[in-house]
Design a protein around this ligand. Structure first.
Ligand code: PHE
Length: 462
């Protein structure tokens, strides 16, 4: 039976807007800042292959499940999970999936905002001409100075959190929609332009080899876990962001189609970003096989070099970092939205109050990340991978490699085994044919088993 609940928070004005918003959530620092540096850390080709497999076999099914649950529940993930579970006579403890998601959102946004703040700083620096004609050493110096100045980082982080809170406080239509409408297409265009530059001026073929020629001797267990964790992170899955956005989706939209579109767009942006960065690094004499090159500073060191030597580089550099800020911004919004919506639903506080309260909490947590980039920095080894930014890495690993996949597992199990087959079919708008059987099997078996296998492998059980 199709269910016609309405969300108290509003609804997207069209299918296209949902696609833009979900793509805005998915495409962010994960694609442009993080993917290239972890692909480098974990050795390139083989890691990228595992990541792509995780997107196809785990990410896309979990995304469909999330959108579906969200649209059926039409509330924040915590209340959606509870309502849907109660509807089929199951324990309301399923709400804990939502609670874990909100917690993961807090953790992720706390460090995400620090990097988002650095992106804002770079947009400002470019606009004021800091990088004109700089060489690698000068570019590196700018980043070092910023990373070692906690007060400056804190200021940029505060600014980024304010920007996020303002949009969320304005609500679905007036806030979120307006932010994503033009930014996403513009970012995509600019990336394609930079790809052209990298093809012309970078060591393009060597870059592609590093990125796409799998060398399985370089693949570690930590690499496999990171690839899966990143598939969740980059698609915004496992913490309720996409479930939340699904709850604003108009009733008749095809969930299968929108999920595939969003996943493809997200993957394309990540691959293009990596195809821009690696060839340029190599052309500048950096060997991507050297792991020390890869850390949180990668794009901030490499991209300004591109622009410094391009005609109209100052202009393009400014534009690029402005668009990166928008990509990060539209993701940050979705990291905080489930918590805000939950507060509004449960405590009946105003949206503005909820947004301010939650943003402040996350802002405070962000101080930990600010300091782990300098004063509190320490190195540690995690499953064979060397990490150098202390608590920043700990939070990152905890949320992305463990909490998101666990949340995704619970969501797939809920959609696949707790809800009725009939309700899933209705919500997907499909008939009982081959297509439905494939999708249902992916949600019921392939995705959960995939997640469990990766977890087992990290415990060295297989
Ligand atoms: N997908 C976003 C990115 O790649 C990050 C994100 C994760 C957003 C989880 C929402 C939820 O940058």
């Amino acid at each position: 039976m199709p269910i016609s609940r309405a969300s108290i928070h509003g609804q997207w004005s069209s299918r296209l807007i949902f696609i833009l918003a979900a793509t805005g959530s998915a495409v962010g620092l994960g694609n442009i800042w993080k993917f290239p540096y972890i692909a480098g850390q974990y050795g390139g080709g083989a890691f990228v292959l595992i990541y792509l497999l995780c997107i196809a076999l785990i990410g896309i099914p979990v995304m469909m499940a999330e959108v579906l649950l969200g649209r059926r529940g039409r509330q924040s993930p915590i209340n959606t999970m509870q309502t849907l579970a109660e509807e089929v006579g199951r324990s309301r403890a399923w709400r804990l999936v939502g609670v874990m998601g909100v917690t993961a959102g807090f953790i992720i946004l706390s460090f995400y905002s620090v990097i988002g703040g650095i992106a804002v700083a770079y947009a400002v620096k470019f606009a004021s001409g800091v990088f004109v004609d700089s060489d690698a050493e000068q570019v590196g110096g700018v980043l070092d100075a910023l990373l070692h100045d906690p007060l400056q980082l804190l200021l940029w982080h505060s600014l980024f959190m304010c920007m996020t809170a303002v949009v969320v406080a304005r609500g679905v239509r007036a806030g979120l929609e307006q932010a994503v409408r033009y930014m996403m297409p513009a970012l995509f265009l600019l990336l394609v332009l930079m790809l052209g530059y990298s093809m012309a001026e970078g060591a393009f073929i060597q870059g592609l080899e590093f990125l796409f020629m799998p060398d399985f001797s370089k693949l570690t267990r930590a690499g496999v876990l990171a690839a899966m964790g990143h598939a969740f992170f980059t698609l915004s899955l496992g913490m309720g962001a996409i479930m939340m956005y699904g709850s604003y989706l108009p009733g008749r939209t095809s969930i299968v189609r929108v999920s595939v579109i969003v996943a493809l767009a997200d993957t394309a942006v990540a691959l293009i970003a990596a195809m821009v960065i690696f060839p340029i690094m190599i052309a500048n004499g950096v060997d991507p096989g050297e792991k020390e090159q890869f850390g949180v500073g990668l794009i901030f060191n490499v991209l300004p070099l591109t622009f410094a030597h391009m005609p109209f580089g100052g202009l393009f550099g400014t534009l690029f970092f402005v668009l990166l800020v928008f990509a990060a911004w539209s993701s940050a919004i979705s990291l905080i939205e489930p918590a805000v919506a939950w507060l509004v639903e449960s405590r009946r506080v105003s949206r503005i109050k909820a947004a301010v309260l939650i943003a402040l909490t996350i802002w405070a947590l962000g101080i930990v990340s600010v300091l782990s980039l300098n004063r509190w920095a320490f190195s540690f080894e995690f499953a064979g991978a060397q990490k150098t930014t202390g608590m920043f890495d700990v939070l990152d690993i905890l949320a992305n490699n463990f909490m998101l996949p666990l949340g995704g597992l619970a969501i797939a199990l809920f959609a696949g085994w707790v809800m009725t087959r009939q309700s899933i079919r209705d919500e997907l708008g499909l008939h009982e044919g081959l297509w439905f059987k494939i999708i249902y099997a992916l949600v019921r078996f392939v995705a959960p088993i995939g997640i469990v296998l990766v977890f087992l492998s990290i415990l060295k059980l297989i």
